[in-house]
Design a protein around this ligand. Structure first.
Ligand SMILES: C[S@@+](CC[C@H](N)C(=O)[O-])C[C@H]1O[C@@H](n2cnc3c(N)ncnc32)[C@H](O)[C@@H]1O
Length: 198
């Protein structure tokens, strides 16, 4: 099992690019408010918070959650843009959702970081935390590999059919596309999807 806090402490963070995810920037330049809704947007596995700050810059009230205390410490070092906040917590745990509701969840490199056996928990957490009509907006990592094959991760990739299946119990996929912008090395591997909670 990955010790995320330790990885931050020793600087073993190859995912840390020092900037928000290019597909998010692309999306924020294009989408209308209705995708994000009028409530708060949650960023699970927010790391040092670049995506949270990009959302805040776009005028969206964003909350970042991360399992690793060290990630949250790093996120909090950055000057506040507006009323974005960070919380240390486990997105997969029921307790985390207690008393919380969001109009959107922005997924980027959290779904691929968790053990694939816990993906059902991930989908359930999204459902628990989103208001009805809320959106799970995610950039996911795809693979041509048979999802049944054991992967050496994290990151753990997925397929469109697996994602649709995971979320089908609570969500309808309303949009999907391949982002034009990606970090170097990720081009062509990312897929953006918007799932609406019923
Ligand atoms: C690959 S990193 C990506 C971090 C950030 N999204 C980025 O792109 O810089 C995965 C992050 O998910 C966090 N994480 C893993 N499992 C989690 C969980 N159950 N709840 C909240 N955060 C989690 C890790 O601590 C880590 O910061």
């Amino acid at each position: 099992m990955t010790d995320w806090n330790e990885r931050y402490k020793i600087g073993d963070t190859p995912w840390e690019k020092g900037a928000a995810a290019p597909p998010l920037i692309e999306l924020l330049g294009k989408t209308q408010e209705e995708i994000w809704g009028s409530g708060r947007t949650l960023v699970p596995g927010c790391g040092s918070g670049h995506d949270v700050r990009a959302l805040a810059t776009a005028g969206i009230t964003a909350v970042g959650v991360d399992l690793a205390r060290e990630a949250i410490r790093r996120a909090e070092v950055f000057p506040r843009i507006s009323d974005e906040t960070y919380e240390q917590g486990d997105f997969l745990e029921k307790d985390f959702a207690e008393g919380k509701t969001f109009s959107a969840i922005w997924e980027h490199t959290c779904f691929c970081a968790i053990d694939p056996q816990r993906r059902e928990n991930y989908a359930e957490s999204c459902s628990r935390l989103l208001q009805s009509g809320g959106h799970l907006i995610g950039v996911f990592f795809l693979t041509a590999q048979d999802p049944g094959e054991e992967q050496q991760g994290p990151p753990f990739n997925s397929t469109i059919s697996e994602l649709d299946e995971r979320f089908a119990r609570w969500f309808d996929r309303i949009k999907e596309w391949v982002p034009e912008s990606s970090y170097p090395g990720r081009k062509g591997k990312e897929w953006l999807a918007i799932y609406r909670k019923r």
